[in-house]
Write a protein that binds this ligand. Structure first.
Ligand code: RP5
Length: 165
């Protein structure tokens, strides 16, 4: 694997079981990534340092997961000039609506591409699709992935039909 073009960050290690769906899909496509715990509130200095140095390290897209008052993706997007994908983490208190609103409701000028609550697989795929804009071999792999996905749905439908006969 070569130098990471993706960084995957999360507000706490307690987010890792969800975030794993993002790293699994990156692993599947053999795309390397940085993996860090950073908190907009608990470690603001480290978060700031990470955001302002990421481009120089070759990072092209950042996936940021957080729950509750989920400001991590937005704070990173305020300084990182390339795409940021936000994953709102499901919470016990409010079911993740708090995380969703905190991540998605960014002010004009600072976009965060927000996936659904716990939508880490889509965050990984979106990061791959962003990289694929300038990477024809990754584009080909994504085409194969989508064909396989469609085939799996057709097969499920056939199995269902058979069971009804
Ligand atoms: C957020 O607070 C984290 O992203 C996590 O989802 C949540 C709870 O963190 P812990 O108390 O488990 O460390 O900042």
């Amino acid at each position: 694997m070569n130098k990471p073009a993706v960084a995957v960050v999360m507000g706490s290690d307690s987010d890792l079981p969800v975030v794993k769906d993002a790293t699994d899909i990156l692993d599947q496509f053999r795309v390397s990534y940085e993996l860090l715990v950073l908190s907009a509130h608990r470690s603001p200095r480290e978060t700031h340092a990470f955001a302002i140095t990421a481009v120089a390290r070759g990072i092209k897209v950042i996936i940021a997961a957080a729950g509750g008052a989920a400001h991590l993706a937005g704070v990173i997007a305020s300084e990182f000039p390339l795409p940021v994908v936000g994953i709102p983490i499901q919470t016990a208190a409010l079911g993740g609506m708090d995380s969703l609103y905190s991540t998605v409701q960014m002010p004009p000028g600072v976009p965060v591409a927000t996936v659904g609550i716990n939508g880490a697989k889509n965050a990984g795929l979106l990061a791959l699709q962003i990289l694929a804009v300038g990477d024809p071999s990754l584009q080909k792999k994504l085409v194969v992935f989508k064909k396989q996905q469609a085939k799996a749905v057709v097969e499920k439908s056939k199995r269902l039909e058979k069971r009804r006969q």
